[in-house]
Write a protein that binds this ligand. Structure first.
Ligand code: NAI
Ligand code: MG
Length: 351
């Protein structure tokens, strides 16, 4: 079980250190190696995704990433920017399936902007296709036509691309409550009619999962109106980009949201949904729970260690119940702690 650890920039090193402590406390004999990605990699090598990192990442079973970027690299040319490192590794490892859970912990119910009765107990998983769709389709560009500029992009999905993300979503649904909602816009986009047809075809392989379909505009509405009707949602790259941000914000707490990006052999890159938080970097106050929960997703999806994944997730629930809070989720009457103390609390809860 080889893990490539990429702490990255800003708060990245502080939060990944806590996730590494948690993984090491499980006595599972992980082999971990650290490498550079992002701004620090640019400073050291001129490349945001250096060759040594590529080699380690390709050889590893899983990658644990903090976050990349920061204002000191904002003036660099596009191909040297830290974000290029992130896009580079996702593409290099063929990570086509992006999994983003949005869970509202009862102790953090006040963090949501929605009414408690609408969001209490929310626990949904968005499965977003990450390497296709209108973001990559050809032709694309801006051209002159009849004396004016015309911009165009092309939504493209092949049957095989839809099928592989569909299988990931159905299998995720099997591990949860056996309910899958596929989101498309088949009433106006042929490409997404194919999406719906293929989802219906592969549903035959998963007779225990109940498949439903929803148009994306309605899905956006339903997510704020009655989000608890959903369990697992699957959709294309663009709709998923928008819906996953919408869904994650239902919980209101950026420091709590993990993510996984998987290839077709369950190799994965695991990272918190937030960025490098330069405003609090180095202060030891960042919330490490999103990264620790990302490590739990690694146990579940790459290593198939469901029981260990649940152990870590339950430890996180326990520290919240015990009142430990970093600044981003602090409320009066709770116990404000820093990054390392939060890590200590999770380790204690595991022990
Ligand atoms: P951000 O997510 O880094 O920060 C937004 C706000 O949330 C800040 O006030 C920050 O202090 C707070 N925050 C974020 N994570 C937190 C945590 N774990 N604990 C406590 N507070 C937390 O987004 P922002 O400010 O837009 O971007 C900062 C840098 O991060 C930029 O360079 C951006 O490009 C990069 N970024 C990197 C991502 C990645 O590596 N996947 C994703 C998003 C942004
Ligand atoms: Mg987005």
């Amino acid at each position: 079980m080889k893990i490539c650890v990429l702490p990255g920039d800003g708060i990245g090193p502080e939060i990944t250190a806590q996730a590494v402590r948690v993984l090491n406390s499980l006595d599972l004999k992980f082999e971990m190696e650290e490498a550079l990605l992002g701004g620090g990699a640019v400073d050291a090598t001129g490349n945001p995704y250096p060759e040594a990192t590529q080699k380690l990442a390709r050889e590893a079973d899983a990658v644990l990433l903090g976050a990349v970027g920061g204002p000191q690299w904002d003036s660099l040319p596009r191909e040297k920017r830290p974000e290029r490192g992130l896009l580079g590794i996702r593409k290099d490892l063929n990570l086509f399936a992006n999994l983003r859970p949005a869970i509202l912990y009862p102790e953090l119910a006040n963090a949501s902007t929605l009414k408690p009765e609408v969001v209490a107990g929310l626990d949904i998983l968005i499965v977003r296709e990450l390497t296709g769709d209108i973001y990559f389709g050809q032709p694309r560009g801006v051209r002159e036509e009849n004396g004016e500029r015309v911009g165009f992009n092309t939504m493209v999905y092949s049957e095989s691309e839809i099928r592989r993300i569909g299988h990931v979503a159905f299998q995720a649904a099997q591990k949860r409550n056996k309910k899958l909602c596929s989101v498309d816009k088949m009433n106006v986009l042929e490409c997404t009619q194919l999406w719906r047809d293929v989802m219906i075809e592969i549903a035959h392989d998963y007779p225990d999962v109940e498949l439903s379909h929803m148009l994306v505009d309605n899905a956006a509405m339903q997510l704020v109106k009655a989000p608890k009707q959903f369990d697992v949602m699957v959709t294309g790259n663009m709709f998923g980009d928008i819906l996953s941000d919408e869904a994650s914000m239902l919980t209101g707490s950026i420091g709590m949201l993990p993510s996984a990006s998987l290839d077709d052999k369950n190799k994965g890159l695991y990272e918190p949904s937030h960025g490098s938080a330069p405003d609090i970097a180095g202060l030891g106050v960042a919330n490490p729970l999103a990264t620790i929960l990302s490590a739990a997703m690694m146990l579940r999806y790459t290593f198939g260690l469901e029981e260990q994944a649940l152990r870590v997730e339950n430890a996180v629930k326990k520290v919240l119940a015990q009142g430990y809070r970093t600044g981003d989720i602090y409320e009066r009457g709770t116990n404000k702690v820093g990054t390392r103390e939060m890590g200590d609390a999770v380790l204690a809860a595991l022990a």
